[in-house]
Design a binder for this molecule. Structure first.
Ligand code: ADP
Ligand code: UDP
Length: 237
């Protein structure tokens, strides 16, 4: 399968058309941004890590009954996926307080929750992805009630599967963001990526951060953190 015209260039990936109108090719870049594009940089090798790791996670989730957009890995950076219309909601699951949750509610990072939490942001860069509840999402017709229920069910299932999987690699899954899309035949599937760009990973023993927070917070060792989490994931294969 070959890339045809570029349909979209985002902050971390490019999306290309293919000869099949229901498929596209995503191409992962090393470009990194944070704080809604305010901070920009390059993380050498990130595109390869995020592409390959995302595909491994998508395969695992398919096996566990979560439908995904994944079709075929073409190369280190390129993957064929089902073309979907993205539901403009960022779905965030948290197991432990961190990031904007800690800031918003004035608590420290690292509080382990009894139950995972879910929240939604309206995926709209111009508005800065504002927090939104399901009533607002319905009012804005971003998805139907049934779709939102299904998205919630899949998101918690993803958490169950990935939490256990990462724990087996000595990694705590702190929080992550998911995107869902609708296929041509109207099916809701997990789309976009699951990577150190979109998840927080802390080492079980040391709490060392193995994710994009090293870039966001100028902690150093950014490339090494991506390499480390990727090494653990590939070893676990
Ligand atoms: P952003 O748009 O936030 O800068 P990216 O650089 O990751 O993000 O760009 C990839 C874009 O492709 C995102 O907007 C994402 O929602 C979209 N996307 C992800 N998976 C699919 C898919 N299967 N079909 C169509 N679009 C997708
Ligand atoms: N996240 C993401 N894209 C976003 C916002 C958040 O992938 O646009 C991920 C982020 O990597 C983290 C989780 O979602 O794993 C929760 O992020 P949070 O709300 O704490 O926001 P942040 O601290 O990144 O601003």
């Amino acid at each position: 399968m070959e890339k045809k015209e570029q349909l979209y260039e985002g902050k971390a990936k490019k999306v290309y058309a293919t000869s099949d109108k229901n498929l596209c090719i995503v191409s992962y870049k090393d470009d990194a941004t944070a704080f809604n594009g305010l901070k920009k940089g390059t993380i050498v090798g990130k595109g390869v890590v995020n592409n390959r790791m995302t595909n491994m996670m998508m395969r695992l989730l398919e096996k566990k009954g979560v439908p995904t957009h994944f079709v075929e890995e073409l190369s280190d950076r390129d993957t064929v996926v089902k073309k979907v219309s993205i539901v403009p909601l960022e779905v965030i699951i948290r197991n432990v307080s961190a990031g904007s949750f800690a800031k918003r509610y004035g608590v420290e990072e690292g509080i382990v929750f009894d139950e995972p939490t879910i929240e939604f942001s309206y995926k709209n860069d111009d508005l800065g992805d504002p927090l939104i509840n399901t009533y607002h999402a319905l009012a804005l017709k971003l998805a139907t009630k049934e779709e939102i229920e299904l998205i919630k069910k899949y998101a918690f299932k993803v958490n169950e599967v990935l939490k256990e999987y990462f724990l087996s690699l000595g990694v705590k899954l702190i929080d992550f963001k998911l995107e869902f899309g609708k296929t041509a035949d109207g099916k809701i599937v997990l789309a976009d990526e699951i990577s150190p760009d979109t998840c927080r990973f802390w080492d079980v023993k040391t709490n060392e951060k193995l994710d994009k927070d090293r870039f966001r917070r100028d902690l150093g060792g950014v490339e090494d953190a991506y390499k480390e989490i990727f090494a653990r994931v590939t070893k676990g294969e």
